[in-house]
Design a protein around this ligand. Structure first.
Ligand code: F0G
Length: 383
């Protein structure tokens, strides 16, 4: 019916096709894509008013597998396939495994994931299973898993798709490109949760490239650029201050040393020995930013605020950025009136158990007879 609705004339083809000129991969390489990226930058008007900020959520929970991992995974799996590797491996607190499993399935590659037993959200575990990965639960944490997959991928023909794979950061840097184009400028601050510490490094890499500067943090990335040089063009004079938030029981970057037994409700960031520590520290230092630790109680409160005040449901780890911003505002470290972007790294629907376990009170779920008057009385108390 012509004119009834506007017809989309160009179909979005995913991150590699959109940002190919900024990525160190040959034009001849066919992307393994699930149309990741292109996530919305959602204004948060109610929280903005309350906090005295211009606050936005870059909602990465709207990627195909529900987290930002898809941005790096499209590149890592594309390159593994292009190099003729038949299987990928990763250690994961949940989201990486879900993403690796989905992209490996798409590329017809085998996928092995190592997860800490009993410590990953159920939604993420079901994703890895349904996509056909071989899921191995280890009696250890993410850091133990990471050590094992690094060893296994050197001795066996497996592509390691954790964020130590240089292509992962290349994909994740595109968050900065999208924020810049959605906002029309770089924000004053950009806040995000920090676990294995790659995402903050990737964000900073993206903002630096927008400012016309290359960042060559991991030596592996230099090798990738050397094989396929990428030209950067200065588009922005400004770069944001980078704010990295960690859970109190898993805060090696705040403490300045590794944590042997990391613990937090936010299982996604239950990490004590981040692989990208050096690059994350450089990102905070170069941008004038900092790290801060928040309690589980504070991050659960922030998760509830985002959902109840502005309608965005992210997973517990993602909400830590709002918890940190609230504290830093109170301490006067963040200037009121500033523009601030929170990367909400994962979708709340992945981890419903944490909500029913910790966010429930007697008014949010009530037993009532199937009776008009009884229900009418309860509604009367609400409206
Ligand atoms: N937020 C979520 C939802 C995550 O899943 C992760 C990491 C992070 C934040 C932290 O990002 O590691 O780059 O600092 N999850 C990894 C995983 C470790 O295995 O899914 P980072």
């Amino acid at each position: 019916m012509p004119g009834f609705f506007s017809v989309q004339t160009s179909v979005y083809q995913g991150l590699i096709q959109t940002f190919r000129h900024t990525l160190p991969i040959d034009d001849s390489i066919e992307p393994v894509s699930l149309c990741e990226g292109g996530t919305p930058l959602i204004p948060l008007p109610n929280l903005s008013r309350e906090l005295g900020l211009e606050l936005y959520a870059k909602f990465e929970g709207l990627n195909p597998t529900g987290s930002f991992k898809d941005r790096g995974m499209t590149l890592a799996v594309t390159m593994a396939k292009a190099q003729g590797i038949k299987a990928v491996i990763c250690a994961s607190t949940g989201n990486t495994s879900a993403s690796a499993a989905a992209y490996a399935a798409r590329a017809s590659l085998a996928c092995v994931v190592l997860i800490p037993e009993g410590k990953i959200a159920f939604g993420k575990l079901s994703q890895a299973i349904i996509h056909g990965a071989r899921v191995l639960q280890i009696a250890g944490n993410f850091d133990h898993g990471m050590q094992l997959v690094k060893q296994l991928s050197t001795s066996l023909p497996l592509a390691l798709v954790n964020s130590v794979n240089p292509y992962r950061l290349q994909g994740q840097k595109t968050i900065a490109f999208e924020v810049f184009s959605q906002l029309g400028r770089a924000p004053d601050y950009h806040a995000l949760p920090v676990g294995n510490a790659a995402n903050i490094s990737a964000h900073w890499m993206g903002y630096c490239e927008l400012a016309g500067e290359m960042r060559h943090y991991p030596s592996a990335i230099e090798a990738v650029y050397a094989k396929h040089p990428v030209k950067v063009e200065k588009q922005s004079d400004k770069r944001p201050v980078m704010l990295g938030y960690q859970a109190e029981g898993a805060a090696p970057l705040v403490l300045g040393h590794p944590v042997e037994n990391p613990e937090t409700i936010a299982t996604a960031i239950r990490i004590g020995k981040p692989q990208s520590t050096e690059y994350a520290l450089a990102s905070a230092r170069e941008s004038g930013g900092w790290f801060r630790a928040l309690s589980d109680r504070q991050l659960l409160k922030a998760q509830q605020l985002l959902a109840a005040k502005d309608g965005v449901f992210c997973e517990p780890a993602s909400a830590i950025s709002l918890a940190g911003v609230i504290e830093d505002l109170q301490d006067g470290r963040i200037t009121t009136g500033s523009t601030l972007v929170l990367t909400l790294t994962g979708n709340g629907i992945k981890d419903p158990d944490t909500v029913t376990k910790y966010q429930l009170d007697e008014s949010s779920l009530q037993q009532v007879e199937a009776d008009y008057d009884a229900i009418g009385k309860l509604i009367g108390a609400v409206i």
